[in-house]
Design a binder for this molecule. Structure first.
Ligand code: PYC
Length: 440
């Protein structure tokens, strides 16, 4: 069966049942229920169930991060395809989806990128209602500071591309930056004074774990199976088509397998001999003790290699560039802490006595053009949603929606058509390096 034939046979089966389930939605609780469970801390229902591995599924998704979970959710919710397994060799949301700094924005550099990430912003805006789960999306604004004429030029370029796509972004001067964020040093004292910024009011932050939990719960409710601790050891093919996967818990037959991993994207794609132009770098982050909320916006400085936002609990969350060497380490380093601390104090000198509580790293698969690799591959039925670099979490909803549409219809949706694997051979790169939150 080709991908198109698999699609036709899958769609015939579970559609009506899924639509009936969706209309009821996951369980809702009365205020009394929530109070009783909160006080006794018992009897909370599981967000998603455990299952024995079935012998076959219509779709197997590798990677239970936001991309894999969103793909499974939209397959079930939008297309009635529910015989879906999401496999993860570790635990749900334990990779980049639980390690990122939860920044959402669509102020990219290319029209393709802007349109794509903006669809994600729209889906994030409605996500709490869609999933019946509070994902705490706070559109508090996003400022990308410019400290040089060259970066001001890039900010102007991004603002113009954004405006042409109907996205709210503009360049503001240092005085306006100072009015928005009172604690920023906008004087000419620092080594690299702030000259202006790209201001993007729809940008903001979200509770990343809640997004993962919400998608997992809603997908489970619609009949998707999430299998943790289930490692894919091999992908079976016959005559150039996918037929299933081998896991540490047994073999599964499936006509469609989707690679939604980060860090292991090449390991999985190598199983079917599909080569991916990816290099994996760790990206570190850190969080401070909580203090009274004082930072109204996300702040990014490409030149100083630092970004910061404040969570609703009051912690400051910091990040920087990816580590300068390829590695699979997910540990923090002293070099990172020192460099983030020195740069952030140039921007906000008053936080000098705050204590850093934790630091960690996630793995970023960097492509040559900083855009993802999405869609079909030369192996029929083997699809990819990989190569997210430092942009993965913000793209979760739109990627899931588009990949689900591709699986259900057999046609590549326009919104991801520029991100195909073939572009590297054809020389059609979609250069998004200039929209990286910090220089890499
Ligand atoms: O692209 O906004 C971003 C980002 C922040 C942290 C990593 N990437």
């Amino acid at each position: 069966m080709s991908h198109a034939e698999s699609v036709a046979s899958i769609k015939g089966t579970a559609g009506a049942q899924a639509r009936r389930r969706r209309s009821r939605g996951p369980a809702r609780y009365s205020a009394l229920d929530i109070f009783r469970r909160g006080v006794t801390n018992s009897d909370w229902p599981r967000s998603f169930r455990q299952h024995d591995l079935a012998k076959s599924y219509d779709v197997v998704i590798i990677g239970a991060g936001v991309h894999g979970l969103a793909c499974a959710y939209y397959l079930a919710a939008n297309h009635g395809i529910t015989n879906v397994a999401v496999l993860d060799k570790s635990y749900m949301g334990g990779g980049g989806s639980g390690r990122n700094t939860a920044i959402i924005r669509s102020n990219y550099l290319t029209p393709e990128g802007v349109r794509f990430y903006d669809r994600s912003v729209v889906l994030y805006q409605n996500l709490a209602a869609d999933l019946n789960y509070n994902v705490m999306f706070s559109q508090r604004g996003h400022l990308t500071l410019a400290h040089t004429d060259a970066s001001l030029r890039t900010m102007n370029w991004r603002a113009e591309v954004n405006k042409l796509q109907g996205i709210n972004s503009s360049v503001i001067d240092a005085a306006e930056v100072g009015r928005i964020v009172k604690y920023l040093d906008v004087s000419d004292r620092p080594r690299y004074p702030i000259l202006g910024a790209l201001y993007h009011p729809p940008g903001g932050i979200i509770r990343h774990d809640a997004v993962n939990w919400g998608y997992a719960r809603a997908a489970d409710h619609l009949g998707v199976q999430i299998h943790q601790q289930t490692e894919v050891l091999g992908i079976e093919t016959a005559g150039g088509k996918v037929t299933g996967v081998r896991t540490n818990r047994g073999a599964i037959s499936a006509p469609i397998v989707v690679n939604c991993t980060a860090g292991w994207a090449t390991t999985i794609s190598d199983m079917v001999d599909v080569k991916m132009p990816l290099i994996t770098h760790p990206l570190q982050a850190a969080v401070t003790e909580p203090v009274k909320v004082f930072l109204p916006s996300v702040i990014v400085s490409g030149s100083l290699h630092v970004y910061v936002s404040q969570t609703d609990r009051g912690e400051l969350v910091f990040g920087a560039s990816v580590d300068p060497y390829p590695s699979y380490s997910m540990r923090g380093s002293l070099e990172f802490t020192e460099s983030v601390a020195s740069h952030i104090l140039e921007l906000i000198p008053s936080i000098g006595s705050l204590k850093v509580l934790r630091q960690w790293a996630g793995l970023c698969d960097m492509t040559p053009d900083y855009s993802p690799i999405m869609g079909v591959t030369p192996v029929d039925g083997f699809l990819v949603d990989v190569g997210w670099g430092t942009y993965g979490f913000k793209a979760g909803p739109v990627s899931g929606e588009a990949m689900a549409q591709l699986i259900a219809t057999g046609r590549v949706p326009e919104i991801i058509s520029a991100f195909d694997l073939a572009r590297f051979a054809d020389g059609r790169l979609v250069g998004e390096k200039g929209a990286a939150s910090v220089g890499h």
